[in-house]
Design a protein around this ligand. Structure first.
Ligand SMILES: [Zn+2]
Ligand SMILES: [Zn+2]
Ligand SMILES: [Zn+2]
Length: 128
């Protein structure tokens, strides 16, 4: 789908900033932080606007937000509507997506509202 159509569909104005952020997310194979996106816009869009746009995209459920490291409160985003998890390489900080396979045994009448998983490892290039 064309970017402008996606933006219209979720009820936003077709602005240069909205289009740019969407395009960057579309082109990226791995999730990005707001700062990563900001750098990729070549600082054409300010960081506050990027946070605002990401928030709108999140509410429209076209992007997925996750935090990968409790030591780094920065959130990461990518174009995917569904819940999944991320693996991060400790050395090069590359991020990989993985489907959710969580099956937790809960006490009786305990309802899980959300969960978060931190998976830290070494990618194939960093294992040498
Ligand atoms: Zn690595
Ligand atoms: Zn992901
Ligand atoms: Zn999960």
């Amino acid at each position: 789908m064309e970017n402008r159509i996606i933006i219209q569909k979720i009820g936003l104005k077709v602005t240069r900033a909205n289009l740019l952020v969407l395009e960057i997310l579309k082109k990226s194979p791995s999730p990005l932080s707001a700062k990563n996106i900001w750098q990729k816009t070549k600082k054409e869009v300010n960081l506050v606007s990027i946070y605002r746009i990401l928030d709108k995209f999140k509410k429209a459920k076209i992007i997925y937000e996750d935090s990968i490291d409790s030591a780094r409160p920065e959130k990461i985003y990518h174009l995917s509507p569904s819940h999944h998890h991320h693996l991060i390489c400790q050395k090069c900080h590359k991020i990989f997506c993985t489907p959710c396979q969580v099956k937790i045994k809960t006490p009786k009448n305990f309802t899980i509202i959300r969960h978060q998983i931190q998976i830290i490892g070494l990618c194939d290039k960093c294992q040498v």
